[in-house]
Every structure is written in structure tokens, then in C-alpha cells.
Design a binder for this molecule. Sequence first.
Ligand code: ZN
Length: 100
Amino acid sequence: MTYQHKKLIELSDILGFTFTCKECGISISIPTGEKEPKQGRLNKCPACDQEWMVTGNGQSNALTMLRNAFRAFSENSGGFRFALEIPAEPASGPASSGKD
Ligand SMILES: [Zn+2]
């Protein structure tokens, strides 16, 4: 007999999107239920002015689509439950410092 463990995260488990600056390490979180951040709010780090993402570029547009996807699946009225699957065991190794 084979057992398979799966670890699933439902969208309601995800509290927000976190951005960590690669330069200074500061993190900011935007709750998933929060309104769209003002245009340009994520263009640069609020602490050290490191460039983050440019309004209208691929990452900025992807963030908008991701937020829309969260909203669509959270309001899902279909006959299924949507979840994200993650590794059953935590990844080994040192925790990421947020720097490359
Ligand atoms: Zn920074």
C-alpha cells in the first residue's frame, strides 16, 4: 500500500503578498483583500529607493492578474474547491535572507 501526503493551501489561508527588498531587506505586505495599491507604489523600495517594478511592465501586470485570480477563485461559486499544493515537508537548508 502506498500513502501519498499532500499539503494544500486554500486561498483563504493566504493573508497577503510580501515584497522584500534585495538591497536593504525591508519587507512590506499587502493584504490579499486590500484594494489595488496606488499606481507607482511598488516602483521602488520605500526605504532605500532601489527600483522594484515599473508600472505597466510584465511584473506589474502579472501582479494585477494575480490579484484578479485570487479574487475570482475566492468568489468561486462552482462545484469545486481551489487550492495550491506545496511540498509536504519543509525545504531543508538555511532560511533565505532575502539577498541573492
Ligand atoms: Zn530597500
